[in-house]
Design a protein around this ligand. Structure first.
Ligand SMILES: Nc1nc2c(ncn2[C@@H]2O[C@H](COP(=O)(O)OP(=O)(O)OP(=O)(O)O)[C@@H](O)[C@H]2O)c(=O)[nH]1
Ligand SMILES: [Mg+2]
Length: 193
């Protein structure tokens, strides 16, 4: 890697050279138990655990991805994926440090829990008070729990569209849609690069 130039924009470090590498911070938001940690674990480690261990505070995981642009160019993106405990009481407490410098967000609801979709607007409000409007995608997780699903694709799409964002259905358990969801956001984050 030849680093021709390094500069920082909004806390994100851009290294521009023959191989471009861009570092970007993304945040997952959503209530407790919706599957934020499980989605990150599936994307980064390709594993799943049925046991529920609530996240304490926040946690950062790094994943390097390559985004192929339509013009054939490849961009290496180093994603700093931030995870937060979904307990509402902590949202305001952790807000500034968690959201500061975030360039993209994955808004997660649980397909078996309607309230978790309604709550996303409060998460987004809290986030945007720090970040302003940033690219985001909506995820309806736990698609494998077929007979317990109470939230439809259309319900999620409606909320997502009101923010001008795409929506996707995932299962951290089976892996359905997980890689495409993270890569979709990665692609959105490099759209002007
Ligand atoms: N069946 C099924 N269970 C899931 C899925 N994703 C997560 N779970 C389960 O749901 C529970 C909560 O998952 P977590 O990933 O810990 O949820 P979280 O959003 O990180 O929760 P907090 O850290 O408390 O905010 C765990 O028991 C997971 O095994 C999924 O896609 N399908
Ligand atoms: Mg968690």
């Amino acid at each position: 890697m030849i680093n021709a130039l390094t500069h920082s924009v909004n806390g994100a470090v851009r290294v521009i050279g023959l191989n471009e590498e861009i570092k970007t911070k993304i945040c997952l938001v959503g209530d407790n138990n919706v599957g934020k940690t499980s989605l990150i674990r599936r994307f980064v480690l390709d594993t799943f655990d049925d046991k529920y261990t609530s996240t304490i505070g926040t946690k950062v995981t790094k994943k390097e991805v390559t985004v192929k642009k339509d013009n054939g160019r490849e961009i290496n993106l180093s994603m700093l994926i931030w995870d937060i405990m979904g307990q509402k009481g902590f949202r305001e407490l952790l807000r500034e440090s968690y959201f500061y410098g975030a360039e993209g967000a994955i808004c997660v609801c649980d397909l078996t829990n309607r309230e978790s979709l309604e709550e996303l607007k409060y998460w987004i409000k809290s986030m945007e008070s720090i970040t302003g409007h940033i690219p985001m995608i909506f995820i309806g997780n736990k698609s494998d729990l077929r007979d317990r699903i109470t939230v439809t694709n259309q319900d999620i799409e409606k909320v997502a569209t009101s923010y001008g964002a795409p929506s996707m259905i995932t299962s951290a358990k089976t892996g359905e849609g997980v890689e495409s969801a993270f890569m979709r956001l990665a692609s959105m984050l490099t759209s002007r690069k």
